[in-house]
Design a protein around this ligand. Structure first.
Ligand SMILES: [Cu+2]
Length: 182
């Protein structure tokens, strides 16, 4: 600092810890405001689920596993229609603007014919294999399931309740697709 002598008597230019802690949140709010366009008032939308979904975690596929790439958007879940039985490495990409999940169900029912209550497929009333928990837009997540031959459905079981009470069911909006394991 070549001009240190000039400000020797000045107090250190450091922000109080509380302000420092608030800076990231303030930057985020500013970024969100910008994303919504200048002059747009941002109304907070309550989230029925605790916490905000985080970015997905991608693991290395185990040797010998078949890979199934899954893409999530509003409102579709897409994947190749068939995959080989055994270890299946699910690699999911959230290409949408909201958090989504991947639920794997073994069923002979059509993807749009599963039981449904208040927009959700009751996971205790179906043969649930497992799921990738909701993860944030723009990220990827992976998991491995050992699948036997048969018919399956992949779906997103997220249900959002807006401030006005309107229910948005990702399943009912169309986030469901069939998968055949051979
Ligand atoms: Cu979804």
């Amino acid at each position: 600092m070549k001009d240190a002598g000039l400000i020797r008597s000045a107090r250190p230019r450091r922000l109080p810890p509380l302000l420092l802690a608030l800076l990231p949140a303030a930057a985020l709010v500013a970024a969100l405001n910008m994303a919504c366009g200048a002059g747009t008032k941002v109304e907070p939308v309550p989230d029925p689920e605790p916490g905000t979904p985080e970015a997905g975690v991608v693991q290395t596929p185990p040797p010998g596993a078949a890979t199934l790439e899954v893409t999530l958007t509003e409102w579709a879940i897409t994947a190749q229609p068939a995959v080989a039985a055994g270890d299946v490495y699910f690699l999911a990409t959230n290409a949408g603007g909201e958090a989504h999940e991947v639920v794997v169900i073994k069923t002979d029912l059509a993807p749009d014919a599963l039981p449904e209550t208040d927009g959700k497929v009751p996971e205790d009333e179906v043969d649930l294999i497992g799921e990738i928990e909701p993860f944030s837009p723009g990220s990827k997540a992976s998991t491995v399931f050992e699948l036997e031959p048969g018919s399956y459905v992949l779906l997103c079981n997220v249900v959002k309740v807006a401030e006005d009470g309107e229910i948005v069911s990702h399943y009912l909006e169309g986030m469901r697709t069939a998968l055949t394991v051979q």
